[in-house]
Design a protein around this ligand. Structure first.
Ligand code: PLP
Length: 370
């Protein structure tokens, strides 16, 4: 290791993802079922709002906490929804920025952080960067949030529970009862509950319910990346107890500084956009991919997000199956990138229906070949 590299960077690695990108780089015209963002573009009105912001000179730093109209609009909605007297909100540099600031502001070295395995790739990396100890909870085979398993993992060192519903990579949505139980468990033990709700709009079978509904101190992280296909714009928001939010802002001031100002004006417009036709479209994609793969693959039907997490056929594991799929031009992601196990693979159904059909045909053929 180069002598300048800090110790904290050695506790996690990104080589798994790099390997997939390397394999993908050799593909000419892949059937791409790996993408973590919608296949629709940023709504026209949102694009126009950002262009107008740039052209009218809104190009400087914004306040650290974000532009006032965006923050006030989100705050008004939160007040109406929860009426929590201590709830404050700020605009972060994407949801990732909010996650990073959550760890930096709340995790001391040695603090334990509970989250479900499979998990979003950033969780273990970010909490370890802050010196935290990862406490993954095995949620195979159905990927449900099991409040009893979470309760059993709590120790005097537990500082945070990270909840992600709808989940990446499984697409599984927690039930209202599960969310309520985890929210109350965190409150009972005075543990921070960080709820990553980036896929909240993509909730196909039941209305989305936030953990904040049941825990006035829940820290919620949300954003515009997925709902409005704005992954490159870097606008998210975090709400929670005022003092925690003020601490995150202190760190944002000395790191991200602010979310890009023109993008924030776009996000303000995004609040007015009706997403229902896109969500209906994605519900149909979910139905389509489930129908196409149901005969040959084991998976829990995703209730949200745009991912399906299926067990690789045979006994060679997820990575070996993904390698075979990529050799046939289908780009999917090995489950071990999101997990301590190498048994599954992730499909993103944020793709054209024809791409989903082509991809499923190849995957089904590979399953038949064994
Ligand atoms: C569960 C989850 N949280 C957070 C993020 C990060 O999103 P953002 O673009 O807002 O940083 C992602 C992106 O894939 C995600 O899947």
């Amino acid at each position: 290791m180069h002598p300048w590299i800090a110790q904290r960077t050695t506790t996690f690695d990104a080589s798994g993802i790099r390997k997939v990108f390397d394999l993908a780089a050799n593909l000419k015209d892949p059937i791409n079922l790996s993408i973590g963002q919608p296949d629709f573009d940023v709504p026209e009105s949102v694009q126009q709002a950002a262009v107008e912001a740039i052209e009218s000179g809104k190009n400087a730093y914004s306040p650290t906490q974000g532009i006032a109209p965006l923050r006030e609009a989100i705050k008004a909605d939160l007040d109406q929804r929860y009426a929590h007297p201590d709830r404050e909100v700020f605009i972060s540099s994407g949801t990732s920025g909010g996650l990073m600031l959550s760890m930096m502001s709340m995790i001391n070295p040695g603090d334990e952080v509970i989250y479900l395995d499979p998990f979003f790739v950033m969780y273990p990396a970010l909490l370890k960067m802050a010196g935290g100890v990862a406490v993954p909870i095995d949620s195979y085979p159905d990927f449900q949030v099991d409040p009893d398993k979470i309760a059993a993992a709590i120790t005097p060192k537990t500082k945070m529970i990270l909840l992600n519903t709808p989940a990446n990579p499984t697409g599984v949505t927690a039930t209202v009862e599960q969310i309520e139980a985890v929210a109350k468990l965190a409150a009972k033990h005075n543990i921070a509950l960080v709820s990553d709700e980036i896929y909240s709009h993509f909730h196909y079978d039941t209305p989305f319910v936030s953990a904040a509904q049941f825990n006035p101190d829940a820290i919620v992280i949300d954003g515009f990346s997925k709902s409005h296909a704005m992954t490159g714009w870097r606008v998210g928001y975090v709400h929670g107890p005022q003092e925690v939010i003020a601490t995150m802002l202190k760190i944002q001031q000395y790191s991200f500084v602010c979310s890009p100002q023109p993008a924030q004006w776009g996000a303000l417009k995004a609040l007015e956009v009706d997403l229902s036709s896109h969500i209906d479209d994605y519900r149909q994609k979910r139905d389509l991919i489930c129908d196409l793969l149901a005969d040959r693959f084991e998976f829990t039907r995703p209730g949200g997000a745009f991912y399906l997490f299926a067990k690789a056929p045979g006994n060679d594991g997820g990575e070996a199956f993904v390698k075979r799929a990529i050799e046939q031009g289908v780009l999917i992601i090995p489950g071990k990138i999101f997990s301590d196990k190498d048994t599954h693979f992730r499909i993103s159904f944020a793709a054209a229906d024809e791409t989903l059909r082509q991809g499923a045909e190849v995957l089904n053929r590979l399953a038949d070949e064994g």
